[in-house]
Design a protein around this ligand. Structure first.
Ligand SMILES: NC(=O)c1ccc[n+]([C@@H]2O[C@H](COP(=O)([O-])OP(=O)(O)OC[C@H]3O[C@@H](n4cnc5c(N)ncnc54)[C@H](O)[C@@H]3O)[C@@H](O)[C@H]2O)c1
Length: 369
């Protein structure tokens, strides 16, 4: 069943200072997986004038109850079986915020049922999952958004645009990192799946997919090959049965010749400088510290650092707003299947290089986006 485009009534609802379209019939929306991220997404859906929360779904009763209470104004139905949510013909949009290994299967079922889909990152943890979802999303007439929400960042977007327009000449090389001061809490909300590589994909695929996506964005290309090493250096068998790495050093080469050096770890001391996340983009005329201040540093002795893109007020739910605008107005999505799949495959490529301990080619993954 394909959804019919609804009729809209323009109303003067002002959200975040921006006039928004008020739908005559709000889009019945379901959130599947109401843990940490799902609760956050739910709060964003509740703020959208175009949406009403028709269903919430989780296999954990406490999280389901919490979500139902948070969305009480919309009186959502509660489910512990996600397939029953997909079966509901009145539901037009589905948010998927379950553990990563479930994303592709759930998203494909929702698309096949004619629903608009907002699927959290990574869109899949294996190339096969990503490839199957690419086919499904490209064949669907409904909207698909991946949870690569950096793409909705205004300051970052402006900095990327300026770099791609030549602000630092030709981009040649990128150095990026994601260093954390600690492992994710072993008894935290995601502790029952995150440390299992088959479920999360590991630190690179589950978390650094954001950083790698931003690198793809600014480089304006995708990798052709990757090599590198990773391992579990500190948290050996901790928590017991752990199968994900706690550090990685990777090198990627892109289709357009740009090289990316990427490192990650979960043991960067809080008090030691140079921690956290950054993306340093080096061009023929200078370099940009992309993630923090978007400052441009000219190459050579002349010239002073300058801000490439000013910090600005940004809605914390911009990505969700873009999803509903795409549904209601047909506007392009900031991170569709091409962005989500390329980001996931970039991370999967790096992961495969570390596991196989050899250079792995993009073509070895067997998926074209
Ligand atoms: N975009 C972002 O910045 C961002 C931030 C955090 C997490 N995430 C992503 O969101 C997803 C969830 O992460 P989280 O931190 O919320 O984890 P979480 O463990 O807190 O939440 C996942 C929820 O899914 C539920 N679940 C598991 N199997 C289910 C099933 N078969 N049917 C219905 N519900 C099921 C779990 O019970 C849990 O409540 C992950 O893919 C993660 O990568 C994205």
């Amino acid at each position: 069943m394909k959804l019919q485009r609804r009729d809209f009534m323009l109303a003067s609802a002002a959200v975040g200072g921006v006039a928004r379209a008020q739908t005559a019939e709000r889009i019945a929306t379901a959130v599947i997986g109401t843990g940490n991220r799902g609760s956050y997404l739910l709060s964003g859906v509740l703020e959208q004038p175009e949406a009403k929360v028709a269903a919430v779904c989780d296999i954990k009763p406490d999280r389901l109850d919490k979500a139902a209470s948070a969305a009480a104004k919309d009186s959502p139905a509660t489910y512990n079986d996600w397939r029953r949510v997909i079966d509901r013909k009145d539901i037009g949009a589905v948010f998927i915020a379950t553990p990563p290994h479930l994303h592709a299967e759930m998203a494909m079922a929702a698309l096949a049922a004619g629903k608009h889909v907002y699927c959290e990152k990574p869109v899949g943890v294996t190339a096969a999952q990503v490839g199957a979802l690419v086919k499904a999303a490209k064949g669907a007439k409904t909207v698909f958004v991946s949870g690569q929400q950096l793409r909705s960042g205004k300051q970052l977007g402006e900095a990327v645009r300026r770099i791609r327009e030549g602000a630092i000449g030709d981009v040649m090389w990128v150095k990026a990192q994601r260093h954390a001061t600690a492992d994710l809490p072993h008894d935290g909300t995601s502790g029952d799946w995150y440390f299992d590589v088959a479920k999360s994909g590991g630190y690179l695929i589950e978390q650094s997919v954001h950083n790698l996506d931003a690198c793809n964005w600014v480089i304006g290309s995708r990798p052709v090959r990757a090599c590198g090493f990773g391992g579990t250096q500190l948290y050996k068998n901790d928590p017991p049965g752990r199968t994900i790495f706690d550090c990685a050093s990777l090198t990627y080469e892109y289709q357009n010749g740009v090289k990316l050096s990427f490192t990650q770890n979960v043991f960067h001391p809080r008090t030691m400088p140079s921690g956290g996340q950054y993306i340093h983009v080096y061009g023929t005329k200078g370099a940009v510290d992309l993630m923090s201040t978007a400052t441009l540093y000219p190459l050579g002795k002349e010239g002073q650092p300058s801000v490439l893109a000013e910090k600005r007020e940004e809605s914390r739910h911009a990505h969700i707003m873009a999803f509903y605008e795409a549904i209601t107005k047909g506007t392009p999505v900031p991170a569709g299947i091409e962005v989500g799949a390329t980001a996931a495959l970039t991370a999967i490529l790096g992961h495969e290089a570390m596991v196989r301990q050899t250079v792995v080619n993009w073509s070895d993954l067997g998926v074209e986006v």
